[in-house]
Ligand binder design. Structure first.
Ligand code: SF4
Length: 619
């Protein structure tokens, strides 16, 4: 023991067990609250509150965050939790900061987003009081906030037990404050994290053999250090009171998926669809896979997983139809289960990450895989453009309508107008045009080809285009920079995906070998400010393309609003390239996983070509 030992007496009936707390380098032996045998600290509702305290003090405590997310009142589904962890890890953020990023991810469905927002809201309100109220008051309010006293759907006796154990936790905090009046809530949270039941005969290993006092604190610090710790901690937190191995975790995920699949597939049976049989077969195979996991969990002691798998698979396949066999045999579940044995050579962190991703993939619904042949594949990834990425991020269902199902749409007058202006500029420059007359001749020819007539609206638009191109030509004459490429194409790989597109114009700024270039994209819409374009990724993608495909190490970027003769430069940095890469990989993963949940909003739906056919359009 490092410091002086102090005995506290919370009440005459205090039992003999003690809780060991580290207080400012001293050890305080604090008797448990009256009437308590210490077991209440192992109860789920108490551990929930402790997890919240830990994460409020240390947002790097991934285990605490994961527990708080997966337990009431948030109850994020485990599949979504795996996604959130992936997003946080990819962005190299702590879990709390990663949650905000996750709400922007197209892979996180609206319901999960709501849950995450509830978490963020709870976190914000509790964090605001962390340093402003007394520790015991804080604990009392946190219990209220989490609404854990008497959760619905519990039997009255269970509710009473929950209340009692939370009352004991609160009293523990009150005793702590009495003993150390100057301590803060942060101190209390850190110290509660070190509470070790010290009960002879207690079945909990930690109670039978208390760890050295310094150990819990060091372990807590270590959990925040490396990304690889997420996966291990997640398992620990998610299933603290439950089975801990990968097989159990997969079983639990799949059980959830099967139950959801029942509702999803059942709901579709009433629709007029050509692939109903496929839906049903996918649902049946998910159930067979759940049976497989159950059989594996109950296999004879000592039997190798691979041996059991072969046997169970043969039996299940014997009961399946030909279509179900095909689906069953192309599932990645078996690879996932034998994954740890086949992932030699990876670090523990990479291994955990791979395992988590593989499990999420294996569990994801497969009945929509009938769309697989229609995905815009290139090699093992996808062919993507800046516009594809924008469309998917604005609404995955819109992307599905446009790029997967390729439902044709009629061009609006504004779309036709924009196309004409772009084409005129492209032809003018590719033909080596010089004079204003040449430019306006191209406008006249293009105007008629685009189907514009002599009506009032069309004449007004023509005047607009005429004036804009005249100004464009005048500006070009005065231009100091030298336009060197027009409609220059790019095609480069980012992860497994191929990014392709064209940059309207590239200007060379200055002379010499180290001259910079400016990538310019023409727009015929209303101008946006640089601030409004902060989250825009088109120009960032172009900058990446210029570097990856054309070898232009540094470039500037700008939108040129042709109708207003306004150039809006958009500054981009190194961090931007990393963020764009993340976004592209996320979008690619979403499309490959056939995640096309709609994200309706007034902004997205008002410019969506599919709002007439879309069942959830917000207009
Ligand atoms: S109408 Fe709205 S919800 Fe429907 S596909 Fe278009 S953007 Fe998505």
């Amino acid at each position: 023991m490092d410091g002086p030992s102090i005995k506290l007496s919370p009440g005459p009936e205090a039992c003999a067990r003690v809780f060991l707390l580290v207080v400012s380098g001293s050890r305080v032996a604090l008797a448990p609250p009256a009437g308590s045998q210490g077991g209440f600290l192992k109860r789920a509702e108490v551990r929930d509150v402790l997890a919240w305290m830990r994460l409020l003090v240390d947002p790097q405590d991934a285990a605490a965050v994961v527990r708080a997310l997966s337990r009431p009142p948030i109850e994020l589904r485990q599949v979504e939790l795996a996604r959130v962890i992936q997003v946080a890890r990819r962005r190299k953020l702590d879990m709390v900061a990663g949650l905000a990023a996750a709400t922007e991810s197209p892979q996180v469905p609206p319901e999960a987003r709501e849950r995450i927002k509830r978490f963020v809201e709870l976190h914000r309100s509790a964090a605001a009081e962390l340093d402003t109220v007394a520790p015991d008051v804080f604990v009392g309010r946190l219990i209220q906030r989490l609404g854990v006293r008497g959760r619905p759907l519990l039997a009255p006796e269970d509710v009473a037990e929950q209340r009692a154990s939370l009352e004991l936790l609160h009293r523990l905090a009150v005793d702590y404050v009495r003993a150390t009046p100057s301590a803060s809530t942060r101190d209390l949270a850190r110290h509660l994290a070190t509470v070790v039941p010290d009960a002879p005969g207690d079945a909990h290993p930690a109670a039978q053999s208390p760890a050295p006092l310094s150990e819990p604190l060091e372990a807590g610090a270590a959990t925040g250090e490396g990304d690889h710790a997420y996966a291990d901690l997640r398992e620990q937190a998610l299933i603290e009171d439950e089975p801990v191995d990968e097989l159990h975790a997969t079983f639990q995920l799949l059980r959830e998926e099967v139950l959801e699949g029942v509702a999803r597939i059942g709901g579709r049976l009433g629709e007029l669809r050509l692939d109903t049989d496929l839906d049903i077969s996918h649902g049946v195979v998910r159930y067979l896979e759940l049976l497989k996991l159950s059989a594996l969990l109950q296999r004879p002691e000592g039997q190798a997983l691979a041996d059991a798998l072969a046997d169970v698979n043969a039996r299940l396949l014997a009961a399946a139809t030909p279509l179900q066999r095909e689906i069953f045999q192309t599932s990645t579940l078996d690879d996932t289960l034998s994954g740890p044995e086949s992932r030699d050579g990876h670090s523990a962190g990479a291994d955990a990450a791979l395992g988590e991703r593989a499990r999420a993939r294996a569990i994801a619904p497969r009945e929509q895989h009938s769309l697989d042949p229609f995905l815009p594949r290139k090699g093992i990834g996808l062919a993507l453009s800046a516009s594809d990425i924008f469309t998917y991020r604005s609404c995955p269902l819109r992307y599905k309508y446009a790029r997967v199902l390729r439902i044709p749409t009629e061009q609006t007058v504004h779309q036709r107008f924009g196309i004409v202006v772009h084409q005129v500029l492209e032809r003018y420059h590719s033909d080596g045009g010089d004079t204003l007359a040449q430019l306006l001749t191209l406008l006249d020819a293009g105007w008629r080809r685009a189907g514009f007539g002599d009506g009032e609206r069309d004449r007004e638009l023509y005047e607009k285009a005429h004036a804009a191109l005249t100004r464009y030509h005048a500006r070009l004459e005065l231009h100091e920079a030298q336009p060197v490429w027009f409609e220059r194409q790019f095609d480069f790989r980012l992860g497994p995906h191929h990014l392709r597109g064209r940059v309207d114009r590239v200007d060379r700024l200055g002379d010499g070998g180290d001259a910079e270039y400016e990538l310019i994209d023409y727009k015929t819409s209303r101008p946006k400010t640089a601030e409004q374009l902060r989250d825009d990724i088109q120009l960032s993608l172009y900058a990446l393309a210029a570097r990856e495909d054309w070898g232009l190490e540094s470039s500037q970027q700008a939108y040129y609003y042709v109708l207003d003769d306004l150039k809006v430069p958009v500054a981009r940095g190194e961090r931007d390239a990393a963020a764009v890469t993340d976004i592209v990989l996320e979008v690619g993963e979403g499309i490959l996983g056939q995640e096309f949940e709609p994200t309706p909003s007034r902004a997205a739906c008002s410019i969506c070509d599919y709002r007439i056919v879309c069942p959830v359009a917000e207009v």
